[in-house]
Write a protein that binds this ligand. Structure first.
Ligand code: SAH
Length: 464
């Protein structure tokens, strides 16, 4: 997945071949929520403002961070909304965009910064917002390059980012039958002092085998069909020996023949990083993994201190992360690796590098990585996108936009109407139900008789 999506040599997102169109929109391969309706980004901007209010309105040191911003539309809509809240807008020290694709970085720069120059800096590139020369927009290829400081308050958004990060797939297989007498004799080792039985231990319980991408054997290869397929590794792989053992959720399925699980260690490393930035690192886990780089290794660039596995203490947790993506709310994804081309689902192995490849996001795995990794965060959700946007006031905002366009602009009215309904559609294939929203916020211990605070969109209200 990593090679297909972000390889320097013709990755789906990173290919530098000049092209008229990008991956998004009617002419591209898929349409994302911010491209469907401006209300999506506006409500996420409002969510961040509400969280900032709930956390005591810090007057400085706010980082706005977005992972994989695509065309930059979501951040543009957020920033426009945030401008209506000057004390918050003033508190934002910088906007950090984590983006692996050069072409998309250029598109984001054009949208967010207009004609302001794009300059190289220590961690990637930077420019200033088209709205304010005091607001720096900074691009980097990996979250590890974003400075991590206890005094900062990061608000981190990841929309349709985790579905693009690589997964490993494992299947539970029953133990091999006990060897026959003949086989036992065959495996005897002859030594100068006489035969000794082979020390090979035969497992008695189910084990995990990794499903790997392999070239199809020539006799199976048909014209116009992908050259690759998923096959089961013949023996244990380094990943199958430890990844399925890291969580009791996976262990619980080990004894079930044929059970398939998908694990994205890179996604878990990212959410661990989010959690540490918000709540500090867990002193009980001294050797925390750091997320691997997306495409290029940039050893000359400074990497934030905690990624060198040093403890990061944050006496006063602050900030939040909002993750929006598709995937099951609580179960472990299985068989979800898919290819998308021109708005249709295709084999993920069809023309690597020109097909979008993605997989369902395992929300609980991300939550688990966060709470295990930081003693200072709590997780809310996942809730369905339909419910979240409903609670954030999508209907009311659409009504406002429709009212403004009025009778004069029927086209706008229709676009707003169909857009917001599409985002909250709870039908079987509707975005409102397929997409989930989950938040990490600073942990607030609940005293006796107290009720846990809930962020807006997750059952809470704004107390202005
Ligand atoms: N959030 C946007 C775009 C989603 S597509 C939207 O909703 O419209 C995925 C985005 O993540 C693209 O911008 C892609 O270039 C970026 N991306 C994919 N893999 C990445 C990686 N490993 N590191 C950094 N960015 C990545």
């Amino acid at each position: 997945m990593r090679q297909c999506l972000t390889s320097d040599l013709g990755g789906y997102y990173t290919t530098t071949a000049p092209s008229e169109t990008d991956q998004f929109g009617a002419k591209g391969d898929f349409v994302t929520s911010p491209e469907i309706s401006q209300i999506f980004g506006e409500l996420i901007g409002l969510w961040v403002v509400a969280e900032w209010i709930a956390q005591g309105r810090k007057s400085e040191g706010v980082y706005l961070m977005e992972m994989g911003p695509g065309r930059g539309t979501l951040m543009d809509d957020m920033l426009r909304t945030i401008r209506n809240f000057p004390p918050f807008a003033k508190a934002i020290e910088a906007v950090f965009l984590v983006e692996a694709s050069r072409n998309l970085r250029l598109a984001q720069h054009k949208l967010l910064c207009g004609g302001n120059p794009l300059l190289e800096n220590e961690i990637g590139h930077e420019s200033t917002s088209k709205h304010s020369k005091d607001l720096k927009i900074i691009w980097t290829e990996d979250i590890r390059f974003v400075p991590r400081e206890a005094s900062k308050t990061p608000f981190i958004i990841a929309h349709e980012f985790f579905d693009a990060l690589p997964i490993h797939v494992f299947q539970s297989v029953p133990p091999a039958p006990p060897p026959s007498q003949q086989q036992q004799q065959d495996s005897t080792i002859q030594t100068p002092t006489g035969p000794i039985p082979s020390p090979r231990r035969i497992p008695k319980t189910n084990g995990w085998r990794e499903l790997v991408v392999s070239p199809k054997p020539p006799h199976k290869l048909k014209a116009d069909e992908p050259e690759f397929e998923l096959t089961m590794a013949k023996a244990a792989t380094p990943h199958s020996m430890y990844l399925p053992e890291i969580s009791p959720r996976y262990q619980a399925l080990k004894a079930t023949d044929g059970a398939t699980i998908e694990i994205s260690p890179e996604s878990q490393a990212y959410t661990l990083d989010f959690a540490i930035r918000i709540g500090g690192s867990n002193p009980a886990l001294p050797n925390q993994p750091s997320p691997p780089t997306a495409t290029t290794h940039a050893p000359h660039r400074p990497v934030s201190s905690a990624s060198k596995a040093q403890p990061f203490t944050k006496p006063r947790p602050s900030g939040a992360a909002l993750i929006i993506d598709y995937g099951p709310a609580s179960t472990i994804p299985a068989n979800s690796l898919r290819g998308i081309k021109a708005h249709s689902r295709v084999s993920p192995f069809l023309s690597p590098g020109t097909t979008d490849v993605s997989a369902d996001v395992d929300f609980l795995a991300l939550a688990e990585a966060a709470v295990n990794g930081s003693p200072g965060v709590e997780v809310h959700g996942p809730v369905s996108q339909g419910r979240f946007l409903g609670a954030m006031g999508i209907r009311e905002r659409a009504g406002q936009l429709v009212g403004r366009a009025g009778e004069v602009d029927r086209e706008v009215v229709e676009r707003v109407e169909s857009g917001w309904r599409r985002l909250v559609d709870l039908g079987p294939q509707g975005m409102g139900g397929l997409y989930q929203v989950m938040a990490f916020v600073p942990l607030r211990p609940v005293g006796e008789g107290e009720v846990r605070r809930r962020p807006v969109g997750f059952g809470g209200d704004v107390k202005a």
